[in-house]
Design a protein around this ligand. Structure first.
Ligand SMILES: O=c1[nH]c(=O)c2[nH]c(=O)[nH]c2[nH]1
Length: 281
C-alpha cells in the first residue's frame, strides 16, 4: 500500500525557564513555559530515518535557555518573535516556526504600601500567553490570557430558553456568573509595546465582564470581544472560551429555611462550555 506523509511538525514542549533580571537594589523575576514547534523539509527523517535535516529537540531546548540571557528582557511576544526568527534564519530546512509561551504571573509582595525588592507572590491560576507563527508568508502574533478565574454575584440571569420534556433548569434573573476564561487575540501585524496592549486589553475584558448586564454567557462573551475590537484597532479578531462554572442554589427547605439566593453548591463538572471568535465585519 502506498502512503504519504501529510502535515508534520516536531519540537520541544514545556521548556520551563525562569529569569532574574538584577538591578541595583531590586530584582525582576519572570517564569515562562515555552513550546517550540518546527515544520519544514522533514520527509526523509520520517520515511528513511535520515536525521541530517533534524535539529534535535534537545538543541531547541538549549537554544531557548541560551537566547533568554540576551533576548528575554521584556514581553513574552518579543522573546517568542526572536526565537521564531532564530529558527527560521539559521535552519534553511525549516519553513515554519511556532513559538508558544505561557507566562506564570508573580506580583511583588507589598508591605505597608512598599513593594519588596525581591519577594513575590504567585498570581493564582491566571497566565499570560503569546503564540508566534513565522513562515514565508510572514509572522502572526497572537496574545492572550488563560485560566483567568472571574466571578460576579449579580447582573447575570438566564431565562426564556427552550423547554422540553427533559428540562429541569429553573429560569433565573439573578445568578452567580463565574468562568475560568481563556482569551486570545490576533494582532494586525506587529505592535510596539506588547505589555501595555496586554494590560489595556485585559482591563477592557474585566471591565466588560463586571459591568455587562448578562442575559447569558454567550451574550457576555460577545460583549467582551466586541469591546476589545471597538477599543483596539491593533486587534484583528479575538477568541474567548468561557466554561460556565455553575453555582447552583442549594435547597434549604428540608431544614425549614428559605434560601434567598445566598447558599450555593459550586460544581466543577459537568460544566457548560461556551466559546466564540469575534471579528470585524
Ligand atoms: O449562560 C448560559 N448559557 C447557556 O447556554 C446555558 N445552559 C444552561 O443550562 N445554563 C446556561 N447559561
Amino acid at each position: 500500500m502506498k502512503v504519504r506523509l501529510e502535515e508534520n511538525a516536531y519540537g520541544k514542549n514545556a521548556v520551563n525557564l525562569s529569569k532574574i533580571i538584577r538591578h541595583p537594589g531590586y530584582h525582576e523575576f519572570r517564569q515562562i513555559t515555552v513550546n517550540v514547534s518546527l515544520q519544514g523539509d522533514f520527509e526523509s527523517a520520517h520515511t528513511e530515518g535520515d536525521n541530517t535535516k533534524i535539529l534535535p529537540t534537545d538543541t531547541q531546548k538549549n537554544t531557548v535557555y541560551a537566547l533568554a540571557k540576551e533576548h528575554f528582557t521584556s514581553a513574552i511576544e518579543d522573546f517568542a518573535l526572536h526565537l521564531a526568527g532564530h529558527f527560521i534564519t539559521t535552519q534553511p530546512q525549516v519553513s515554519q516556526a511556532t513559538i508558544d509561551i505561557t507566562e506564570h504571573v508573580y506580583s511583588r509582595m507589598l508591605f505597608d504600601g512598599t513593594e519588596h525588592p525581591h519577594a513575590y507572590i504567585g498570581g493564582g491560576s491566571e497566565k499570560r500567553t503569546a503564540l508566534i507563527v513565522q513562515n514565508a508568508a510572514g509572522t502572526t502574533v497572537n496574545a492572550g490570557i488563560k485560566d483567568l478565574l472571574i466571578l460576579k454575584t449579580t447582573d447575570s440571569g438566564f431565562e426564556h430558553y427552550i423547554k422540553d420534556r427533559y428540562t429541569t433548569l429553573k429560569e433565573t434573573a439573578d445568578r452567580i456568573l463565574a468562568t475560568q476564561c481563556v482569551a486570545s487575540w490576533n494582532y494586525n501585524g506587529l505592535v510596539t509595546g506588547y505589555t501595555q496592549q496586554f494590560n489595556d486589553i485585559r482591563n477592557t475584558l474585566l471591565k466588560t465582564f463586571a459591568y455587562h448586564k448578562s442575559l447569558s454567557v454567550q451574550q457576555t462573551l460577545f460583549a467582551m470581544g466586541q469591546a476589545v475590537l471597538e477599543q483596539y484597532p491593533s486587534v484583528k479578531d479575538i477568541s474567548l472560551k468561557m466554561p460556565n462554572k455553575h453555582h447552583i442554589p442549594f435547597n434549604l427547605e428540608p431544614f425549614g429555611m428559605n434560601n434567598q439566593n445566598e447558599i450555593f453548591i459550586a460544581t466543577d463538572e459537568p460544566y457548560g462550555y461556551i466559546t466564540g471568535t469575534i471579528t470585524r465585519e
